[in-house]
Design a protein around this ligand. Structure first.
Ligand code: SAM
Length: 246
């Protein structure tokens, strides 16, 4: 039997590719990549020749593709799973093959490496002993408000992924939900030449986003609720009246 290997890829700085990733790209029998063009681009930049076959493995086909790839693992193949950047399965494809491998009793392992969530958390200066990863906020305003309401009493440091075209709306809703005083960091273009960490409070970061809209990829890190904030938090569910005005 072979193995499924999830491998993290750089989130901006190609120098973050691990020696293990390089060896796997060279030696895996099959590379299942979120975007095959980006995979070849990474391989070129690393000076690696991908000897195995490369297949597209993305959000839209991962459930259908997982079993076929696992059939090959059963026959002895090493199947390397990579996403466009960072750790597969973290807001990226990969979970379907992990689940099916577990169900079928096939080996699955990981070559860990860069992921924006831990990079941002570590640089934020906020408590790291307990945190919750929230991925992307819901896109629709009403759902976002409802979701943030649920998080008002959360005591752990909260990490969100965000995009430049939604950051202004997201900051408005974060200010409404958490008030201006919660400590916060906006971590942008991590590991790249223009890496920038804006540290302050929800209020100061909100103002900064208005004055100087951040571009590129970004992660938002927000301090958890204090005892008083947790106690004062509004009920987690919006009333019918509140929903009506959103
Ligand atoms: N699998 C990836 C990981 O492990 O971090 C996440 C993929 S998700 C589709 C893309 C989001 O990750 C971006 O919108 C941004 O929030 C965050 N991200 C990825 N690279 C980043 C970087 N270099 N700097 C800041 N945020 C980044």
């Amino acid at each position: 039997r072979g193995t499924v290997v999830l491998a993290a890829t750089p989130i901006g700085n190609v120098g973050d590719a691990s020696a293990r990733l390089v060896a796997l790209l060279q030696d895996a029998d099959i590379v299942a990549a979120e975007d095959t063009r980006r995979l070849y681009d990474l391989a070129n930049r690393l000076g690696v020749h991908v000897n195995g076959s490369v297949v597209a493995y993305h959000d839209h086909n991962e459930r259908n593709k997982a079993d076929g790839l696992l059939d090959r693992v059963e026959e002895g193949a090493t199947v390397l799973v990579v996403s466009d950047a960072g750790m597969p399965t973290i807001n990226d494809p990969g979970l379907a093959i992990v689940r099916r491998a577990i169900e079928r009793g096939l080996p699955v392992t990981c070559a860990p490496g860069p992921s924006a969530v831990l990079d941002a958390l570590a640089l934020s200066g906020l408590p790291t002993d307990r945190f919750c990863y929230e991925g992307f906020m819901p896109r629709k305003h009403a759902e976002r408000v409802q979701h943030l309401r649920m998080l008002q009493a959360e005591r752990r440091t909260i990490v969100f992924y965000e995009t430049p075209h939604r950051i202004a709306d997201a900051m408005d809703d974060l200010l409404d939900a958490f008030g201006p005083d919660r400590p916060m960091a906006l971590c942008r273009e991590l590991t790249k030449d223009y890496e920038e960490i804006r540290r302050g409070t929800v209020g100061t970061i909100h103002q900064g986003v208005v004055d100087d809209p951040p571009r590129g990829e970004m992660v938002l890190v927000i301090g958890g609720a204090s005892d008083e904030e947790a106690q004062a938090a509004a009920p987690a569910t919006l009333s019918v009246e509140e929903l009506a005005v959103l």
